[in-house]
Design a protein around this ligand. Structure first.
Ligand code: ADP
Ligand code: MG
Length: 683
């Protein structure tokens, strides 16, 4: 776009006074460019349709000749009903206007008029909202509807939009290279803007949208990849000279042989560690695929090279569990470990901090407590965060900055659909553990109603009699932790009544003190508690291989990703496991989620399904996701455009000639302005 004209303030438009300017300002619109880049969220459709095929209650636009004198009826203060007969093609219909008495004079016998309203039982247009004298041809087929607030209305906004588009039409410079526009048959910027605001027809609108989706995703990909490239070149990380023999020794002492996927991933990580740039890697592996041991090996690698390692988990229970697994594997190798969580006592904490700074601790495991400002490492070489999507961007940054360019590995058991992986983690390298340890059995999953509970308990008792254990997961009540607790206590009471005679039933929820939680969890993992009634605090990572039975109450309240996570607490050992979803979903979507759970154990399949059903915003939950917000693109439907944009961005950045060619000038300046070429983060 040309610099001067598009940067002109909206007040340069005829009719925009200070009042309007203020209203536009509230919408974030200052310049002409801001204005034309404010897209409508939908269009009102004023096309004439075949009345015979128009369903009852649908909005409809009708062009017709006035066939009767209008009749006007006053129904009280400011209330009136005006009606008239129209001949629309073959159809003699009625048009009914409420509270628009002033239109009476415009409905002259024999005149052609156009009305829009609700089509009622094939006979009349009721509640006319839009009226114009004269035939439909005088009116646009599609009228944009914008998301507005404040004093400005749609009509005024449209008027200024029209003016701004006319002002800019001749002077806009297109950022998209012409060669690409030709390849993909994308409209140029002026035509696209026209089509996104005031389309002549459906194709006009579709092509305009296609163009902006591509442009948006291409620029996004260029930024992501530029960052990745610049980081690789500039980020002098540690070249970790780990001791390969020591690593082999550790791997030999493990209680099992690594799966091929684990071996591959360990190699990918070790290669990154050795290289002098900073590792920024995402490790994806379904629940139970064995990420912990990969973390242990990676941490041990940096420790053999004289660095410290840190492992951060989202909950205390998980941190403790990691600590005990890693202790088992790494202590025999001489690794000095410490655990730091929110409940570490002040004095113990101080000792840990001192030893950490002095370099007497090789490995620190913990929760968010690890990223407090007073925690200083001696020489931090590798940071691993487990279940990384639960951490915000900011926390990730703080932790990275604790050491001198530590390598960073993010682990997640929530399989991320491909499109989201490219977008949310586009600037990262990705490793995937796509293989389960041998002998793992599929979890047999059933969807049942709560009135079958007694039958389920009979089945559960059989598992318990065979020496197995069970989880009972209680509904998640989003609004209130208090209700969560009440719920879990109710279920606990019921289960204790049903099973308490022969078995020990434990209770776990977020309100318990961490010692209590730890106590219950320990008793469960030692088999002293056979049935654990819990809220979703057991969701991530918890590992009790002897647990083979899970009941999830009100399963329809959970998203697929979370159900899959929960279900992953069973099926971790040699025995066949079962998961019962108690659910009575009202929506089709809810039913589909339950069906999907019973049909597959594959987290990636479920992730794609979840994305499709709930959309990208909900996929990661409400917490900070690191997901970019797109203006036009939609990650569910535009995944093909995303892939195309990704490939094109790679080509552009890898071909020096193309990158510096004249037609790339627009995109180059977008990147230069966003500062990503200096390696700055875009979010
Ligand atoms: P997740 O990827 O969900 O964090 P874990 O690391 O907790 O999975 O591993 C799940 C279970 O699988 C643990 O009991 C672990 O000891 C076991 N495991 C991991 N790797 C292997 C392997 N290669 N062979 C057999 N069992 C394994
Ligand atoms: Mg895990």
């Amino acid at each position: 776009m040309e610099t001067t004209k598009k940067d002109e303030l909206v007040t340069s438009l005829k009719g925009v006074g200070s009042g309007t300017a203020t209203a536009l300002h509230e919408l974030g619109i200052e310049t002409l460019e801001d204005l034309v880049m404010t897209f409508p969220y939908r269009h009102e459709d004023f096309r004439l349709k075949n009345l015979a095929e128009t369903p009852h209650n649908e909005r409809v636009t009708v062009e017709g000749r006035v066939e009767s004198e209008p009749s006007l009826l006053f129904l009280g203060k400011n209330k009136s009903r005006l009606q008239v007969r129209l001949l629309a093609g073959q159809h003699l219909i009625k048009a009914v206007f409420f509270n628009q008495a002033y239109l009476k004079t415009k409905l002259e016998l024999g005149q052609v008029v156009t009305v829009t309203g609700k089509w009622d039982r094939g006979r009349q247009v009721v509640n006319v909202t839009t009226f114009s004298s004269g035939p439909k041809t005088d009116q646009q087929d599609f009228e944009p509807v914008y998301s507005l607030k404040g004093t400005i209305n749609q009509k005024t906004f449209r008027k200024f939009m029209r003016l701004a588009l006319d002002e800019l039409a001749q002077v806009l410079i297109d950022v998209l290279p012409e060669s690409l526009r030709i390849t993909y048959r994308l409209p140029g910027i002026s035509e696209a803007l026209e089509g996104i605001h005031f389309p002549q027809n459906v194709d006009h609108s579709k092509n305009a949208r296609r163009r902006f989706v591509y442009e948006e995703l291409l620029i996004f990909q260029l930024k992501m990849q530029a960052i990745k490239k610049v980081r690789k070149e500039q980020n002098k990380g540690n070249s970790v000279a780990y001791d390969n023999n020591q690593l082999k020794k550790l791997i030999e002492t493990l209680p099992y042989e690594l799966t091929n996927a684990q071996k591959r991933v360990v190699n990918e990580i070790c290669r990154d560690l050795k290289e002098p740039h900073r590792m920024n890697r995402l490790l994806q592996g379904d629940v139970g695929s064995g990420k912990t041991v990969v973390a242990a090996i990676s941490l041990y690698a940096v420790i053999t090279a004289g660095y410290q390692g840190a492992l951060m988990a989202p909950t205390e229970i998980l941190a403790e569990q990691h600590a005990s697994s890693l202790d088992e594997w790494l202590s025999p190798m001489g690794v000095r470990m410490a655990l730091l969580t929110g409940s570490t006592k002040t004095k113990a904490r101080r000792i840990v901090l001192e030893n950490l700074e002095a370099g007497n601790i090789d490995l620190l495991i913990g929760t968010h407590a690890l990223i407090q400002p007073d925690i200083l490492f001696n020489q931090l070489g590798l940071v691993i965060t487990d279940e990384q999507h639960r951490f915000g961007v900011e926390q990730r940054r703080v932790l990275k900055e604790k050491g001198e360019n530590p390598d960073v590995l993010f682990m997640t058991a929530t399989p991320i659909p491909r499109t989201l992986a490219i977008t949310a983690f586009g600037e990262m390298d990705v490793s995937i553990i796509d293989e389960m340890p041998a002998g793992r059995k599929e979890i047999d999953t059933h969807w049942m109603k709560e009135d079958q509970l007694h039958k389920i308990i009979v089945r559960l008792t059989r598992e318990l009699a065979n020496g197995r254990q069970a989880y009972i997961i209680c509904p998640l009540i989003e609004e209130s932790e208090k209700l969560d607790v009440q719920n879990v206590v109710d279920v606990y009471t019921m289960m204790s009544a049903a099973l308490g005679k022969d078995y020990t039933v434990g209770l776990m929820h977020g309100r318990l003190h961490s010692d209590e939680k730890e106590g219950v969890m320990r008793e469960f993992s030692e088999g002293k508690v056979q049935v654990l009634v819990s809220t979703t605090v057991v969701e991530v990572g918890v590992n009790v291989p002897n647990a083979t039975f899970m009941i999830i109450f009100d399963a329809e309240r959970f998203g697929l990703a979370q159900l899959h996570q929960l279900r992953g607490r069973v099926g971790r050992g040699e025995h066949q496991s079962y998961c019962i979803l108690l659910a009575d979903p009202k929506s089709e979507e809810g039913k589909e989620r339950m069906m999907s759970m019973t049909e597959t154990n594959d987290g990636f399949v479920l992730a794609e399904k979840d994305l499709e059903l709930r959309g990208p915003g909900d996929f990661f939950g409400r917490k900070q996701s690191g997901l970019p917000e797109f203006k036009v693109a939609d990650l569910v439907h535009d995944y093909r455009a995303l892939n195309t944009a990704k490939v094109d961005a790679e080509k552009m950045l890898n071909s020096v000639d193309f990158w510096h060619s004249e037609e790339m000038e627009g995109l180059r300046s977008v990147l230069i302005n966003s500062k990503v070429l200096e390696g700055e983060r875009i979010d």
